[in-house]
Design a protein around this ligand. Structure first.
Ligand SMILES: *Cc1c(COP(=O)(O)O)cnc(C)c1O
Length: 427
């Protein structure tokens, strides 16, 4: 036998192989070259045959350059923070692709001059909430609150109920965020009860604004009461309402969830919300309200540090103007039991121990705490959970009583076939 190193294919030859040449276009030359070098090294070490170098490279080509992998959310949690909150609509994804190159985000093609940044997204939001005199968009709802505190309460007090001192998640607390701006918190009332009179007694020359925060991830029940935005609006200082979830108008499935239009109608001067919860769009902080106040927010030096990029603006406009995004479709989903039965039967005939079961979906950290949405799931032996998570696409279900439940309320019907195939591959 001759020297095996002689037969090892040269880098150029491997890179010229059609499947690998195509991968160079999508993954980049450096990444693919490093895989080729590793395969050649393995051939030199005698771990693989020289004739296997191309196959070895092809087998190790990643599906994409980004390490973020697509996941089918079968958890039954509509707005799943760890899975990136709202999945975008196809229209929003298209808008992102269109805006990805050079785009007229801050330029008027008609005149060839500079134009208001993101005016399309702002106009879409303004049309969706006619009561808002002005609209502004920042990085997220936390940024919206930060900007309110920086602009309206420097060296002043923000009056807030002790029942609304919210920890959002991952250790982040709205009171800490507000205090970090140099504003002081003036806490009023108790954990379970706060009245309009409590706020009134605290308001004075030092008041920057009254903040009403929606407790979007917990509920205070029992001997509990709170002052409404309408009551607070009469106290003579601006009321900022953080509605959290991003409902622009009341939603029939979530009658207790606050919305932007109602908060404005009740007299809030500014309303803040997230873009990637129940609105179903990209991460963003939405600000609606009084034209003068919004103008001041926009002109604050920190506004520049909190602004959103063109991709967010594109996705936001498409979310508001376009077809119903997945989160909102999930809220209104019907025929879940029929889908679960069909999937379970099809899996059974493929030899999988699958069963259609009743399930309960929830909105999640994005809002509507305590609201249970009736749902249906495919139940599998628990051992499927890990294999499904590691598949392509990854599937994340939830373990209930030692079974892996795939809840269909959070899966688009268009993904049922992909879900079935993902389960079969784990069989
Ligand atoms: C989610 C939430 C926030 C934080 O919003 P981000 O967009 O994640 O910054 C703030 N306030 C309330 C009431 C929320 O529900």
């Amino acid at each position: 036998m001759g020297d095996p190193r002689r037969a090892i294919p040269r880098t150029d030859a491997v890179l010229g192989e059609p499947r690998i040449a195509k991968a160079v276009e999508t993954l980049g030359r450096d990444l693919v070259k490093s895989l080729v070098a590793a395969a050649q090294q393995r051939a030199r070490a005698g771990e693989i045959e020289p004739g296997e170098v191309v196959a070895e490279v092809v087998a190790r080509l990643p599906a994409r350059v980004s390490s973020l992998r697509p996941v089918l959310n079968a958890t039954g949690v509509l707005v799943h923070t760890n899975l990136g909150r709202a999945p975008l609509s196809a229209a929003a994804l298209d808008a992102i692709v269109a805006a990805g190159g050079a785009t007229d985000v801050e330029f008027a093609l008609e005149t060839g001059e500079r134009a208001q940044r993101g005016r399309g997204a702002l106009a879409a939001l303004a049309e969706a909430v006619p009561r808002a005199e002005a609209v502004h968009v920042v990085n997220n709802n936390a940024a919206a609150l930060l900007l309110c505190a920086l602009t309206l309460a420097p060296g002043k007090e923000i009056v807030v109920s002790r029942g609304e001192l919210v920890e959002i998640g991952d250790g982040f607390r709205i009171p800490d965020l507000l205090v970090s701006t140099g504003a002081r918190l003036r806490e009023v009332g108790t954990t379970n009860r706060t009245s309009a009179a409590d706020y009134a007694a605290a308001i004075g020359p030092d008041t920057g604004f009254v903040l009403k925060i929606h407790p979007s991830n917990y509920r205070v029940t029992g001997f509990a009461s709170e002052a409404s935005v309408a009551e607070l609006a009469g106290l003579g200082v601006p009321v900022v309402a953080d509605v959290g979830s991003g409902l622009l108008a009341p939603h029939p499935v979530l009658p207790d969830e606050p919305d932007v239009a109602t908060a404005l109608a009740d007299g809030a001067k500014l309303v803040t919300a997230s873009g990637d919860k129940l609105l179903g769009g990209p991460q963003a902080g939405l600000l609606f309200g009084d034209a003068g106040l919004v103008h001041r927010l926009r002109r604050h030096p920190a506004a520049r540090a909190l602004r959103v990029d063109k991709l967010t603006l594109a996705a936001l406009e498409a979310t508001v103007r376009g077809p119903e995004p997945p989160v909102r479709a999930a809220l209104l989903a019907e025929g879940l039991h029929e889908r679960a039965e069909a999937l379970a039967q099809s899996l059974q005939s493929a030899g999988v121990a699958a069963e259609a079961v009743d399930s309960t979906a929830v909105v999640g950290g994005g809002g509507a705490p305590g609201v249970e949405l009736p749902s249906a799931a495919v139940a599998l032996p628990a051992r499927y959970a890990e294999a499904l998570r590691l598949g392509e696409p990854a599937v994340v279900g939830r373990i209930v009583r030692d079974r892996c439940l795939l809840d269909l309320r959070t899966v688009s019907p268009a993904d049922d076939a992909a879900l079935r195939e993902a389960v079969r591959r784990c069989g």
